[in-house]
Design a protein around this ligand. Structure first.
Ligand code: BYC
Length: 314
């Protein structure tokens, strides 16, 4: 129910930097905004397991395989924390999954690109997890309590993921000419899509107004993207990788790097479902979700059985 007095009180709580908890009053718009963003975040974690999962069986050493397995498992875990956090807003996991599978809910554009070789696993960890962590560090201070707390834990794991990727890239750049060329090729293919993870420019971001007012977003898309660029270019240069942009330069006055414009036409095409792997990602999710139906049924049957036993023994 819309209540002007409660809305004013809610906004003053936000302005005071308080966390909003599941049973607190919140405007319907705030709840819906969170369900949309948090569920898309959860879907991204789970769909994001696919491009990497493809390389578990082909990891170049036992050590690399163990690390990759642990990383992908963490991502499944992040999806689960996030789905649980969204459920505190009164929506079921089954509904969220249905929204994903019917295309009503998005997931990050980045996971619609293919991981073609081992260097891509390095580039994903370094650039994709690197971009994710810049966004998620900021989200640790988001106004909704369960989301903020989930982010604290996720960020700890994510920083290990970023280092896993950078280590792969560093190792390849110390290797043969062919390995260096593979690392550079992966950088060329992942650099621009990684920048698109931050979403459209602030001037073109319809959700940012509410998100900033409600302190769901603590920094804007452009601010976070710039942070990522400034942090990542020196890392690339340190290991001898070239930024795939002839126009990039450091602005001595501001201390920030400037780049050529991002190809937003590509971004909108991928988000609209026409990226290289959109269909493959959703088909895979649907297939495995259907094959796992028996697990959900067994868990439900066990829950009923134990609930009945408790009734008998109570
Ligand atoms: N891809 O008004 P805007 C990971 C949509 S996974 C697709 O700026 P907002 C990992 C946006 O949803 C980490 N869609 O929106 C896992 C909106 O459409 P709707 C993923 C995008 O929400 C495995 C429209 O464009 N992280 O780390 O204020 C392996 C207009 O945008 C994208 C998160 O999900 C995109 N890139 O800002 C490795 C972070 N960008 O919903 C790594 C949480 C924009 O109105 N999310 N759109 O139909 C956020 O922080 C914000 O939602 C965004 C977008 C910054 C992404």
């Amino acid at each position: 129910m819309h209540n002007e007095h409660s809305d004013t009180h809610f906004q003053s709580r936000i302005d005071n930097g308080e966390h909003i908890e599941p049973k607190d009053y919140m405007p319907e718009g705030y709840r819906k905004h969170l369900i949309r963003q948090m569920s898309q975040h959860a879907h991204s974690e789970v769909i994001g397991m696919q491009p990497e999962g493809n390389w578990i069986t082909r990891a170049p050493s036992l050590r690399a395989k163990q690390i990759l397995l642990a990383k992908i498992q963490d991502e499944g875990g992040h999806g689960l924390y996030l789905y649980s956090a969204v459920e505190t807003l009164g929506v079921s996991r089954a509904e969220l999954i249905e929204q994903l599978q019917t295309g009503k809910a998005k997931y990050s554009s980045i996971f619609n690109y293919p991981a073609l070789n081992w260097a891509d696993i390095g580039a994903i960890g370094w650039l994709v997890d690197g971009a994710a962590i810049v966004n998620q560090v900021s989200l640790q201070r988001t106004s909704y309590g369960p989301y903020s707390r989930a982010m604290v834990r996720i960020c700890k794991e994510e920083s290990f993921h970023q280092r896993q990727g950078y280590e792969i890239m560093t190792t390849m750049m110390r290797g043969t000419k062919d390995q260096q060329a593979m690392a550079q090729d992966a950088m060329n293919r992942w650099w621009w899509p990684a920048l698109m993870m931050f979403g459209p420019h602030d001037s073109d971001s319809p959700r940012s107004g509410d998100a900033v007012r409600w302190k769901i977003k603590r920094e804007t898309n452009d601010e976070l993207c710039q942070k990522f660029i400034d942090k990542t270019i020196p890392q690339a240069e340190l290991i001898g990788l070239t930024i795939p942009d002839k126009n990039f330069k450091l602005d001595e006055k501001t201390g920030h790097y400037t780049l050529s414009p991002i190809n937003w036409e590509e971004f909108h095409r991928v988000v609209a479902g026409h990226g290289p792997c959109n269909k493959q990602r959703l088909d895979h999710h649907i297939k495995h979700h259907q094959e796992g139906a028996w697990v959900r049924e067994a868990a439900e049957a066990y829950k009923l059985k134990t609930a009945k036993k408790e009734l008998v023994t109570a």
